[in-house]
Design a protein around this ligand. Structure first.
Ligand code: AMP
Ligand code: ZN
Length: 117
């Protein structure tokens, strides 16, 4: 689903400033903030401000937005001096997605370990 806002969505409330977050970056389309349960010394989430539930709900009209999420992750990593980092997006329950407002995880600050999946 893609809509301006879902009234029941946690990340829409964060994007609107109704629930506080530890902001790292913001522009008119994108917000980045620290994950509340970090899985690495640096763990940020990069979200579109508009409500797009999963990566599967990005349409062709959102292609530039999808690229901007990725480039924002890259910029955060550079700003925080991360020599290497991991970006990941969980898609649907089977992909490990818990919050159904698409978000890119950016993790770093130590050597990434483990297998993806
Ligand atoms: P996912 O499993 O990909 O849906 O990831 C959801 C992420 O959101 C998890 O890493 C949570 O720790 C994080 N999270 C949940 N609530 C908040 C919050 N209020 N502020 C920041 N991060 C949150
Ligand atoms: Zn939302």
């Amino acid at each position: 689903m893609s809509t301006e806002r879902d009234p029941d969505c946690l990340f829409c409330k964060i994007a609107a400033g109704e629930i506080s977050s530890d902001k790292l970056y913001e522009d008119d389309r994108i917000l980045a903030f620290k994950d509340i349960h970090p899985q690495a010394p640096f763990h940020a989430l990069v979200i579109p401000k508009r409500h797009i539930a999963t990566l599967n709900d990005f349409g062709a009209e959102h292609a530039e937005l999808a690229g901007s999420l990725m480039m924002t992750g890259r910029r955060l990593a550079a700003e925080h001096g991360l020599p290497g980092y991991r970006v990941a997006m969980n898609v649907n329950h089977e992909g490990g997605q818990v919050i159904f407002h698409a978000h890119l995880h950016v993790l770093g600050g130590r050597r990434m370990k483990g297998e993806l999946g």
